[in-house]
Design a protein around this ligand. Structure first.
Ligand SMILES: *[C@@H]1O[C@H](CO)[C@@H](O)[C@H](O)[C@H]1NC(C)=O
Ligand SMILES: *[C@@H]1O[C@H](CO)[C@@H](O)[C@H](O)[C@H]1NC(C)=O
Ligand SMILES: *[C@@H]1O[C@H](CO)[C@@H](O)[C@H](O)[C@H]1NC(C)=O
Ligand SMILES: *[C@@H]1O[C@H](CO)[C@@H](O)[C@H](O)[C@H]1NC(C)=O
Ligand SMILES: *[C@@H]1O[C@H](CO)[C@@H](O)[C@H](O)[C@H]1NC(C)=O
Ligand SMILES: *[C@@H]1O[C@H](CO)[C@@H](O)[C@H](O)[C@H]1NC(C)=O
Ligand SMILES: *[C@@H]1O[C@H](CO)[C@@H](O)[C@H](O)[C@H]1NC(C)=O
Ligand SMILES: *[C@@H]1O[C@H](CO)[C@@H](O)[C@H](O)[C@H]1NC(C)=O
Ligand SMILES: *[C@@H]1O[C@H](CO)[C@@H](O)[C@H](O)[C@H]1NC(C)=O
Ligand SMILES: *[C@@H]1O[C@H](CO)[C@@H](O)[C@H](O)[C@H]1NC(C)=O
Ligand SMILES: *[C@@H]1O[C@H](CO)[C@@H](O)[C@H](O)[C@H]1NC(C)=O
Ligand SMILES: *[C@@H]1O[C@H](CO)[C@@H](O)[C@H](O)[C@H]1NC(C)=O
Length: 292
């Protein structure tokens, strides 16, 4: 019970005045040598041929598209500005940093770059070894896609050593929007998917910069190489959805009160939540779960 109180106290204003910095952001923009997407509402990059194959839940991709509306696709570009909800059980793998109606004609830069050497690889290796201990991971390829002040600022970073692959999503200032939103990832037939809690309501998405599943404010990190999960994860997702309904309109405190009814463990496999009727609150949640 003591931990429960610590947790509630941690949601006080003092805690959340921590300056949100872009320290979690990897280098981006023209200064970093990025290529920029065309200025085009609902546009996309042209096909980007990957310098190293990227393994995504059992499928190996050699190419990717950076779509202006905040998401990445592999087989073809996407102009969709209204996200579908995950799990969608569609025939597409998709990574949604923040899939919503974004228009770079109104300002901002959408840019990307891939790295196969240098300090960005070192940094990515350190980050993955911090977020996923004991893998002794050594990155050989990093892909950074950044939406810089396209109303909103965030980054999707793909990291690979060929056998293992990871995604980092870094959130900066995220503008409230009336458009539909979705952040996370979904796969072919939704055998694997993840919705970042609180990311599917535009009224609340500014909170993305304050949340994390790896104790690094504003960052969500996922291992995405193999299909370790299957559709049974849907049950766990529904539990989170239920929390999201309960939490409104006091997002943070209600959300945690709700989530504390579940066990959250194993951040190496992203989120492993099981309903726990026997203990109302548990510590695993604090140790390995969400951080605000
Ligand atoms: C998120 O962080 C910002 C800036 O640090 C702060 O103004 C805001 O109140 C925080 N939101 C929550 C829900 O803690
Ligand atoms: C997904 O769609 C297929 C048909 O394409 C259907 O057979 C299957 O039951 C659906 N799965 C879920 C979880 O809805
Ligand atoms: C570093 O990677 C870039 C491409 O990302 C490549 O053009 C360059 O040749 C590489 N340099 C070395 C020393 O491998
Ligand atoms: C990492 O390895 C050490 C030593 O083998 C072990 O004590 C620790 O629990 C491991 N950490 C994780 C997160 O598996
Ligand atoms: C990581 O791999 C690079 C080659 O890609 C190598 O030069 C470096 O020594 C490796 N680092 C570690 C810690 O294994
Ligand atoms: C990837 O896995 C293969 C087969 O297990 C292994 O031979 C290879 O060394 C691994 N590569 C890296 C970078 O870990
Ligand atoms: C997705 O579901 C369809 C219809 O059930 C099936 O034909 C296809 O093989 C599945 N694809 C994958 C990658 O599981
Ligand atoms: C979270 O990070 C902070 C500082 O970055 C550190 O002091 C704290 O021990 C970390 N908490 C856990 C549970 O790792
Ligand atoms: C899904 O996972 C469960 C438990 O890990 C396993 O028993 C089941 O066979 C899996 N189903 C599929 C279709 O992989
Ligand atoms: C977002 O949350 C607000 C406040 O709870 C609610 O009024 C609104 O309908 C929600 N929007 C969506 C798209 O769910
Ligand atoms: C979820 O966690 C439980 C308990 O820690 C563990 O037994 C199970 O294997 C995990 N499942 C997955 C899919 O990681
Ligand atoms: C939830 O966590 C508590 C405390 O760590 C543990 O005793 C309980 O067995 C867990 N329940 C499930 C369903 O994993």
């Amino acid at each position: 019970m003591v931990f429960v109180f610590v947790f509630i106290l941690s949601v006080n204003p003092t805690f959340s005045t921590t300056t949100v910095s872009t320290e979690i952001f990897y280098p981006f923009g023209s200064a970093a040598g990025d290529k920029s997407n065309p200025v085009d509402d609902d546009g996309s990059s042209s096909v980007i041929h990957l310098l190293s194959p990227f393994l995504f839940f059992g499928r190996t991709y050699q190419q990717i598209y950076v779509n202006n509306n905040g998401h990445l696709t592999f087989n073809k570009p996407s102009s969709l500005y209204t996200p579908y909800s995950f799990p969608a059980n569609r025939s597409q793998d998709i990574i949604a940093g923040l899939w919503t109606n974004l228009n770079n004609r109104m300002g901002g830069v959408i840019s990307y770059q891939q790295y196969t050497n240098g300090s960005v690889l070192t940094r990515a290796s350190q980050d993955i070894n911090t977020h996923f201990p004991n893998l002794t991971f050594n990155a050989s390829w990093v892909f950074v896609a950044t939406w810089g002040k396209v109303e909103t600022s965030f980054q999707v970073v793909l990291i690979s050593d060929v056998n293992f692959s990871f995604i980092l999503i870094n959130y900066g200032d995220i503008a409230v929007t009336e458009h539909q939103v979705q952040a996370g990832y979904d796969t072919v037939n939704s055998t694997d998917y993840f919705v970042i809690p609180g990311s599917n309501n535009g009224s609340f998405i500014s909170n993305l910069r304050n949340s994390s599943n790896v104790n690094d404010t504003g960052r969500w990190a996922f291992r995405v190489d193999s299909g370790q999960h299957n559709i049974s994860k849907g049950k766990r997702f529904l539990d989170i959805q239920w929390c999201e309904k309960v939490l409104a309109p006091f997002l943070i405190s209600y959300f945690f009160a709700c989530l504390s009814h579940f066990n959250v463990s194993d951040h190496q496999t992203n989120l492993n939540i099981s309903k726990d009727n026997t203990s109302e609150h548990n510590m695993q949640f604090l140790n390995e779960g969400f951080y605000y």
